[in-house]
Design a protein around this ligand. Structure first.
Ligand SMILES: [Mn+2]
Length: 332
């Protein structure tokens, strides 16, 4: 502990808020790491309510609560549940800062995001913090660029299908289109897309498109009945029938507004906070998932920080499962 600068990790309110207090890397450098975090402070393609440009900063601030998951002090933290073996105590995480954006210029910004995501994904498991959901599309393209010769399917946790195409008002590049763009502009096989958590009023055009093209859909009642582990297994299996690897995209509006009010387009009837956490933990057990994002968190709409806190906690559950925890310890 330095004498005059630097504070105990537990002090969430102190020091520079990198993700989980991971070391910040110099802008534009991409070191080898287990996991590399980068933000996209962009919400120019949001529809209903803005503020997701502040999502990366908000998630970083709340993430500090959980830094000991990956960088433990005297006693490693473990998630609640049956005793687990720990594969290792530490992992390397770096925070690459935020991608350069060009306010209002979608195409120039998309090029910037795609190149950044490729650079990160070549060196580490990339974790992207959005940003409205549109930024997932160029991120997905960049991750694909980093895995030449591999097909990459998508598991999407979301209230909305984001399969709109050419809206009369918003056009083709906005937060309702990233899955459609991924299919039509980035050669995603629609059968390698699995959407979990859809609800509310969705367009008949998009519903028919889903059915016609074999998009996999898992609604919340099925998750509630079967449990997170079974749903994660089903989603992974469905996607891997038509792809080599998986990109996981997580829209915080998948969660019920009672637990996640701070987002652009909340829809009642969503995942409970605990279901959200359990689902991310379950998905964290699949090494075929090689990239992740969490999008649509809007701190200005989140006066108690509960949405950003849930987002950060959910991410750490995934990280803990993916990188640090082993099997349940068998009872003697
Ligand atoms: Mn979405």
């Amino acid at each position: 502990m330095p004498k005059n600068f630097g504070n105990y990790f537990e002090m969430v309110f102190a020091d520079i808020a990198t993700f989980g207090k991971a070391p910040a890397v110099a802008s534009g450098s991409f070191p080898q790491a287990d996991l590399a975090v980068f933000g996209i402070p962009w919400d120019y393609t949001a529809t209903l309510r803005p503020g997701a440009r502040l999502g990366p900063r908000g998630i970083r601030e709340q993430s500090i609560w959980f830094h000991e998951v990956w960088n433990p002090g005297s006693t490693p933290l473990v998630g609640y549940g049956p005793p687990r073996e720990r594969k290792r105590d530490r992992m390397s995480i770096v925070d690459c800062g935020d991608v350069t954006i060009w306010p209002g210029d979608i195409m120039r910004t998309s090029e910037s995001i795609r190149a950044a995501a490729k650079s990160v994904a070549e060196k580490a498991f990339p974790l992207m913090l959005g940003g409205d959901h549109y930024v997932m599309f160029p991120t997905y393209q960049g991750v694909r660029d980093a895995h030449p010769g591999k097909t990459i399917g998508i598991i999407q946790i979301d209230a909305h299908n984001d399969l709109c195409d050419n809206d009369a008002v918003y056009g083709t590049h906005w937060s309702g289109t990233p899955m459609r763009r991924s299919i039509e502009d980035a050669r995603l096989d629609p059968r390698a897309l699995c959407q979990i958590g859809l609800r509310g009023y969705l367009g008949t055009v998009e519903r028919d498109y889903q059915r016609r093209n074999g998009v996999n859909i898992i609604h919340i009642p099925e998750l509630r009945a079967a449990g997170a582990e079974a749903v994660a297994a089903k989603a992974v299996k469905a996607v891997l029938e038509h792809a080599d690897l998986i990109y996981l995209t997580v829209d915080i509006d998948s969660v019920d507004p009672s637990a996640a009010p701070g987002c652009s387009t909340p829809v009642p009837g969503g995942l409970h906070g605990e279901e959200f956490i359990a689902l991310l933990r379950a998905l964290g057990q699949y090494e075929e998932i090689i990239a992740m994002d969490l999008v649509e968190v809007s701190p200005p709409l989140d006066p108690t920080n509960q949405t950003t806190l849930l987002a950060a906690y959910g991410i750490f559950g995934f990280i803990e499962e993916r990188f640090l925890l082993g099997p349940v310890i068998a009872s003697p």
